[in-house]
Design a protein around this ligand. Structure first.
Ligand code: IMP
Length: 437
């Protein structure tokens, strides 16, 4: 294991750190969690589901994790799917098999909260037909059943992991829910009804594989806190996709922000010691919704090409634009971020000019407030500060002093604007391509 992983970076005692996307997701949280997990006792996913795609690259291996926390491959941390996650058991089994095929022994290292809710095949069908029905107002969801599963949860008809322990009761609950769902499918959406027996038969093999991992993870985490163990909370998506604080309705159906980490894991707020925001050196968004700094020109195309900006879950091309400091500052304040990670700095290596948005103009008025009205976010005009590009490769650099002066200037401007320091700068997808500050 690389030496840098043993730096005093992750104070072992009582560190409870949340790693949160500071943009619209895809900031590179997987790589950061993979690195930090070398020194963590527990890594916990707290919200979202298989809509996430956390890419890890090490040695000659690339793996995209959708549900399993990104702490499986570096050290021996125990990995938990917390109560706030919505779990598709069929997708989970595929992922468990993939992880095991890479030589990871999941026994004693992997746990799923008994109160996490399930994504069932009917949620995925509903996700797709609802999107189709929205027409030009579609959200651009990942189609993984996330929204409908959280709807079931808050409607109090959700089925939880603990229900997998009693197959007869599971069957009864699935069929009961299907009655209403089939009425909607047939009468509202003009779709074929779904067959309960077929669904149960499809679920059975997955249930048997998943069952041994189900436990009371809230208690596990409370014991860990009492024992002074270190915990890393891994957010999925990003702050601007938060159902409360994001660009509603173009959001996901959970809370990726710091508050969601507590409710989605059972860890009390006062136990949190670090809130780390992850931001790319530019900005991306996948799916619909406002994106003030979006570039629909050659520069945007270049960002997409250099950054390989295609969805890790859906393969969709991501929308690309310049770094938006108004949005970043909003994410920092929402989450109380006290440290930042900058990812994909190398993607900017061959740009003559690099821009960052320092404020917006809304109806001609200057503002540094990220509007809560999504229609206003659509209307704001970004105002930029331009930087001369460094025009040299930063790929592979793992020592801050080796960065070109112009890249340092760019980094230092972001720090002074936001008032938060970078503790990690990533200069490529591999573990070794990382500067720890
Ligand atoms: P859902 O989470 O599948 O319901 O999708 C809602 C919105 O969140 C859509 O715009 C998706 O593209 C976006 N989204 C969901 N998960 C991710 C992610 O992991 N990265 C980036 N965008 C995401």
């Amino acid at each position: 294991m690389e030496v840098y992983l043993h730096l005093l970076f992750f104070e072992k005692n009582m560190a409870v750190r949340i790693v949160i996307g500071a943009q619209w997701g895809d900031e590179g949280k997987g790589k950061v969690v993979d690195i930090l997990s070398a020194e963590a006792d527990y890594v916990v996913r707290y919200q979202g589901g298989a809509n996430a795609g956390h890419t890890l690259k090490f040695d000659d291996t690339t793996i995209v994790l959708h549900l399993i926390p990104s702490g499986m491959f570096n050290g021996n941390s125990k990995c938990i799917i917390g109560n706030g996650v919505v779990v598709d058991p069929i997708a989970l089994v595929e992922e468990l098999k993939e992880v095991e095929s890479l030589g990871v022994d999941l026994k004693e290292r992997f746990f799923i909260s008994s109160s996490a809710h399930l994504i069932l095949p009917y949620h995925k069908v509903l996700d797709k037909v609802k999107e189709k029905n929205r027409g030009s107002d579609a959200i651009g969801t990942t189609g993984r059943g996330i929204g409908p599963a959280y709807v079931s949860k808050v409607s109090r008809i959700g089925i939880r992991m603990l229900d997998l322990l009693d197959m007869a009761s599971l069957e009864e609950k699935v069929k009961k829910n299907l009655k209403d769902i089939n009425v909607a499918l047939k009468n509202v959406y003009g779709e074929e009804p779904l067959d309960g027996d077929e669904m149960i038969a499809q679920l059975k093999p997955a249930v048997e594989i998943v069952k041994p991992y189900i436990t009371n993870t809230t208690e596990v985490l409370h014991d860990a806190l009492e024992n002074g163990e270190s915990i890393l909370l891994e957010g999925a998506q990003g702050s601007l996709l938060d159902v409360d604080h994001g660009t509603y309705p173009y959001v996901t159906s959970s809370s990726p922000t710091a508050g969601g980490a507590c409710s989605g894991s059972g860890i009390p707020p006062l136990a949190i010691t670090h809130s780390m925001g992850i931001t790319k050196a530019y900005c991306t968004r996948v799916g619909n919704g406002p994106f003030p700094t979006e570039l629909e020109d050659a520069a945007g195309e270049k960002l997409r090409k250099n950054g390989q900006e295609f969805g890790a879950t859906t393969g969709r091309p991501r929308r690309c634009g310049w770094l938006d400091l108004v949005a970043l500052k909003y994410a920092i304040r929402l989450n109380g971020m006290n440290e930042l990670t900058l990812t994909k700095l190398d993607v900017l290596d061959d740009f003559e000019t690099i821009k960052v948005c320092t404020h917006y103009k809304l109806d001609g008025e200057k503002t540094t407030v990220f509007p809560l009205d999504t229609e206003h976010v659509e209307r704001v005009k970004p105002v930029y500060k331009s930087f001369e590009g460094w025009n040299t490769s930063t790929r592979n650099i793992s020592n801050f002093d080796d960065l070109p002066a112009k890249a340092k200037e760019y980094i230092s401007f972001i720090e002074s604007y936001t008032g938060v320091k970078f503790t990690i700068v990533s200069t490529g997808p591999k573990r070794s391509e990382t500067i720890i500050l």
